[in-house]
Structure formats: structure tokens, C-alpha cells
Design a protein around this ligand. Structure first.
Ligand code: PMP
Length: 400
């Protein structure tokens, strides 16, 4: 019905396909996506004057309104102004970037780190830079669009393996000639499904073959590990993952992205990544906000504790309702509805009840698994979650 996110663009002359495109017209008519809030406070956003419970935030720890984060961003704005005006390589590097890179590398347990103005850019740059023509990329079929974009740019061949399936990965690798340079690409926490990467099993499946590994931990940073160090730390395998990339826009309550690894690999990235060389540096205020959020992760463990407490409460409500949340093991929990029309109707009921969620349809999700993406944050109160749960109960009914 909606065909949004379609990877098959319509055919014909450019102006004609823009003006006649059915998916775009549907999107405009139904007004599901690109909804703007006019105000936000805590776990509420106001859309068209109506307060809504934000049940789809990626600010998992709810630090976006933390006084220390806001103060750090204000101070950086006063000190550095609003823009960097150019690339890190040229005129855009500031001490605040280096400070954040050092802090983030240490937090992740890596030697070095490079930050950029978007998670998408950083995650795209990792496979695009480290893989080359003649290599094979072994990629979990469910990874994020940014990684696929980087894979396409790299010039390397890619082979998909079943989502989180170590046996399939081993079989795919076994079919490759021994001397083909190989790259493994996975996510730490899968953004749509909320699944945790089976990292130890996947690493074991490629051990001994000299496979280089990249993990996008956009949704694991701040969520997994004792203080939110991420998925590799959670499993105690940080040293076995060559590159950890991700976003500053989720638990670090900022915008921007990062790539972390050995000193040599980060210098290599700075030498070869077009996304790094030709794109303006992250704004100082955003770098400072992320740095302050990292300090809070270390100093105020209560946010992470509350996030997981809220996650348990939310999942227990979904369990009671019999809602399929795709086996999510993390705060990101999709409500899998299946059929598109019904998914839209559930999303609309939730919207009308003042619960902000995000409708995700194929090909953003596998066909027949149209879903509503929800995520809990530390900012939600028990009452918020219970209220959202009652709205979900009314919207989906008992599903068991
Ligand atoms: N990787 C993953 C797994 C993501 O979910 C996202 C954001 N949805 C990104 C990368 C891109 O990050 P950003 O939004 O900061 O550009």
C-alpha cells in the first residue's frame, strides 16, 4: 500500500517520476512519517498541540535533557561558535574533537577513534574504506542501510549469511578460496529487531581465517556492558573485533558518528576514507554533548539500571498481551503485526491514543513482517509504560 523506502525507484524521465511517484503521494496523504514535534519535555513530545508518550526514542538513557549535557554543548558553542566549516583533514579539526575521540576510544577499549558528523557516514565509511575489490564481505543479511551503502562503495564482492547464524557464516566462508581477503560485517544490537549479535559464535566461525571484522554498535553503546561500553565489552571480546563503529545520536544524546579500532586502522581510515576527507567536521557543540554523556555513563550508573528496569517492565506487559516482539533482547522492541493494512491501523490507533511509535514496512523489514518500532528509554516512568501498555492492548487486542 505505501511502498515507502522502496529500493526499486519508478522508471521514466526524472521530473515525471518525481511528480507521479505513487509512494511519495501515499506518504504525503497518510502523513505517517516525517512528523515534527513542536515541543518536547522528558518522555513527552507535543505534535499538533497534543502531548504524546515518546515510545520510539533512541536516546535510550534519556540524557538529551541532562543539565551536564546541555551545559557542555552551550559552553562549546560559546567557545567555538556554531560551525567547523570544513573537513578534519583541512580546517575543521578542533581540540574538542580530539578530546572526544580519546575519551570514546578509552571507553570502548580501543586504541583510537575517529568521529564524523553522522553515524550513517561513519558506518558507511568503515566497509567502504577497509574492504576493496578482490575481497569478500561476509555480511549478516539484516544489517543497517549505512553498512550496505559502504559495502556497495567498497568495490568488494559480498556474501550474505543468515541473520545471527554462525553455522551459515561458517558454510559461506568455507565456500571461499583460502587466500581471499575477507571482512565480517555485523551489528552489535540490531536496530529493528532488538537482537543481540551472537558475537562469540560468529567470531568462532571465522577464527583462523584472518577475517577482519566490523561491528556497528549504534544500539549497543550505552545499552550493553556494565557501564554501556557496548556489545563487545558485554561478551568480553573487544580485542577480537577489529572495528567498532556507531552513532553518537542514540545513548550519547548528540548527533555524529564514530569508527574505533587500532591506531593503525584509524590512521588508514583518515588516509583513505572519502567520507572523512571530503565532509565537514562534527559541530563542537555536538562533540561536547557526546563527551558529557560519556562522563555520565561512567559516573551515573542509575540511568542504565533504569533503562533495563523499564525494558523488563515493558516486555512483561507485551508478554502478557501475547504481542510478538521478534525475540528482542534489548530496549528496542518491535511490535510485529505482519500484514501492512493492520500494521498501519495499529500504528494509527496508538497515534490517536497519544503514543508515538514508528511504522516500519517492507523492504525496511522482511516481507510479511510489517511492524511498529517501539523502544523504551530510561526517561519513561512506570506510569508512562503502563499507560502505553494499555494503549497497545486496545490497539492490538490480545494476540494469543
Ligand atoms: N547504524 C545503525 C545500526 C543505526 O540504527 C543508525 C541510525 N538509525 C545508524 C547507523 C546511523 O546513525 P545516525 O542516525 O547517527 O546517522
Amino acid at each position: 500500500m505505501f511502498g515507502l523506502f522502496s529500493s526499486d525507484k519508478p522508471k521514466g524521465a526524472i521530473r515525471q517520476r518525481i511528480e507521479k511517484d505513487e509512494s511519495t503521494r501515499m506518504r504525503l496523504r497518510y502523513g505517517i512519517w516525517y512528523r515534527s514535534a513542536e515541543r518536547q519535555q522528558g518522555a513527552r513530545v507535543w505534535v499538533d498541540g497534543k502531548p504524546m508518550i515518546m515510545l520510539a526514542s533512541n536516546d535510550y538513557l534519556g540524557l538529551g535533557e541532562h543539565p551536564k549535557v546541555i551545559q557542555a554543548a552551550k559552553d562549546a558553542l560559546d567557545k567555538w561558535g556554531s560551525s567547523t566549516t570544513g573537513a578534519r583533514l583541512a580546517n575543521g579539526s578542533r581540540r574538542c574533537h580530539e578530546a572526544l575521540e580519546e575519551k570514546l576510544a578509552a571507553f570502548l577499549g580501543k586504541e583510537a577513534c575517529h568521529i564524523s558528523s553522522a553515524g550513517y557516514l561513519s558506518c558507511m565509511s568503515a566497509p567502504a574504506t577497509f574492504a576493496a575489490r578482490g575481497d569478500v564481505i561476509l555480511v549478516d543479511r539484516n544489517v543497517h542501510s549505512s553498512l550496505w551503502a559502504g559495502i556497495a562503495l567498497s568495490g568488494a564482492r559480498h556474501e550474505r549469511f543468515g541473520h545471527n547464524d554462525a553455522d551459515d557464516l561458517a558454510a559461506v566462508l568455507a565456500a571461499e578460496p583460502e587466500n581471499t581477503p575477507a571482512l565480517l560485517v555485523v551489528e552489535g544490537v540490531y536496530s529493528m529487531e532488538g537482537h543481540i549479535c551472537r558475537l562469540p559464535e560468529l567470531l568462532a566461525a571465522v577464527r583462523g581465517r584472518g577475517v577482519f571484522s566490523i561491528m556497528d554498535d549504534a544500539h549497543g553503546l550505552g545499552v550493553m556492558g556494565e557501564h554501556g561500553e557496548g556489545t563487545a565489552a558485554h561478551f568480553g571480546v573487544t580485542g577480537d573485533v577489529d572495528i567498532i563503529c556507531g552513532s553518537l545520536s542514540k545513548s550519547l544524546s548528540s548527533t555524529g558518528g564514530f569508527v574505533a579500532g587500532s591506531r593503525a586502522s584509524i590512521e588508514y581510515l583518515r588516509t583513505y576514507s572519502k567520507q572523512t576527507i571530503f565532509s565537514a567536521a562534527l559541530s563542537p557543540a555536538q562533540a561536547a554533548a557526546a563527551g558529557a554523556a560519556l562522563d555520565i555513563l561512567r559516573d551515573e550508573p542509575e540511568h542504565l539500571a533504569r533503562l533495563w528496569e523499564n525494558t523488563r517492565l515493558y516486555k512483561s506487559i507485551l508478554d502478557e498481551l501475547g504481542v510478538d516482539y521478534w525475540g528482542s533482547e534489548t530496549p528496542a522492541a518491535p511490535l510485529v503485526i505482519g500484514e501492512r493494512e493492520r500494521a498501519y491501523n495499529v500504528w494509527k490507533k496508538l497515534w490517536d491514543e497519544g503514543v508515538f511509535t514508528v511504522l516500519a514496512i517492507a523492504p525496511a523489514v522482511p516481507p510479511g513482517r510489517d511492524l511498529i518500532r517501539t523502544a523504551v528509554s530510561a526517561r519513561l516512568t512506570r506510569a508512562d509504560i503502563e499507560q502505553a501498555g494499555e494503549a497497545i492492548a486496545r490497539a492490538v487486542g490480545k494476540m494469543r
